[in-house]
Design a protein around this ligand. Structure first.
Ligand code: SAM
Length: 280
């Protein structure tokens, strides 16, 4: 691929507070030949506010796959393109994946201009573990499918981040309580970077009544950050662990059986040994 080809820039825009637009984002939007937007009606006023007047190309879920040839033609003609979404970082619960993956497979130059992202903003202020996390996006709007998705995450040990719409926030938290239990800690991050920004962390058993008691708190945009499942106590033996020890005991002395069971389960050797002594 020659360098005469254009570049696709993935440009993050504010999630509510216009001052969060970066200098690089503005310079990039001013320098490109086209701006691909999720919704022209949404982005035109924002761009106008920053004094940016460029040809806009609509890119949404329904035309994304068919738009790849347009991107290829423009980039091959040496034109550069910026991709933005309605808010935040494109591709994060927003269109763009098929374009970026298609163009990268063809070897085109794609460069991110990083900036606001609701999931990272919420996670960073949540007080929950940030060393490992998984982004789950929007849960299904259908009750049964949503429960099934949550049940698949019941033992997820890492922090989970969800997006949710205001009209579903209460029922989603209730479904989480049903699956994760009332003690699971969550952080509700509402209207981040905006006037009514509210961030509240606590067990589901206190967050749900607090939210239900104030209809104002049910308005706006939400990120739900959920603590990972508590790791099982290394000193507690499950029924399976106990059965394993019993089986091993039939073949070898308690000390060796405890050693082997500990290696297999990751639990403490002494826990197996103590259990064996008291249950022999
Ligand atoms: N691409 C965006 C990003 O980088 O975060 C997300 C787009 S997704 C279609 C929109 C969802 O993100 C909203 O329904 C809400 O769950 C979350 N969101 C966006 N802005 C937010 C904000 N200011 N405060 C809280 N959540 C927000």
């Amino acid at each position: 691929m020659t360098t005469a080809f254009g570049t696709l820039y993935i440009v993050a825009t504010p999630i509510g507070n216009l001052s969060d637009i970066s200098e690089r984002a503005l310079n990039t939007l001013k320098s490109v030949d086209h701006i691909a937007v999720e919704d022209t009606r949404h982005s035109a006023p924002l761009l106008k506010q920053f004094g940016i007047h460029k040809p806009l190309k609509a890119l949404h879920d329904h035309n994304e796959r068919h738009s790849l040839t347009w991107f290829i033609k423009e980039l091959e003609a040496g034109h550069s393109i910026a991709l933005i979404s309605d808010a935040g970082t494109p591709l994060i619960a927003d269109p763009g994946y098929h374009i970026v993956s298609g163009l990268r497979n063809l070897g085109f130059s794609i460069s991110p201009i990083p900036g606001p992202c609701a999931l990272i903003a919420a996670l960073s202020a949540s007080g929950l573990a940030t060393d490992h996390f998984c982004f789950e996006g929007f849960l299904s709007a259908k009750t049964a499918a949503r429960l099934a998705q949550l049940m698949a995450l019941a033992h997820e040990p890492y922090t989970m981040v969800f997006y949710e719409a205001p009209h579903r926030i209460c029922e989603t938290l209730e479904a989480m309580q049903q699956v994760f239990g009332p003690d699971r800690i969550v952080c509700l991050a509402r209207e981040l970077t905006k006037t009514f920004e509210t961030i509240k962390t606590g067990p589901l058993s206190t967050i749900i009544p607090w939210l239900k008691a104030d209809s104002n708190q049910q308005r706006g945009e939400f990120v739900i950050v959920v603590a990972g499942a508590p790791t099982p106590d290394k000193h507690e033996l499950s029924l399976d662990d106990q059965r394993l020890l019993t089986l091993l005991r039939r073949q070898m002395p308690l000390k060796a059986a405890s050693q082997l069971a500990a290696e297999y389960t990751g639990k403490s050797k002494n826990t197996f040994y103590d259990f064996g002594i008291t249950h022999d």
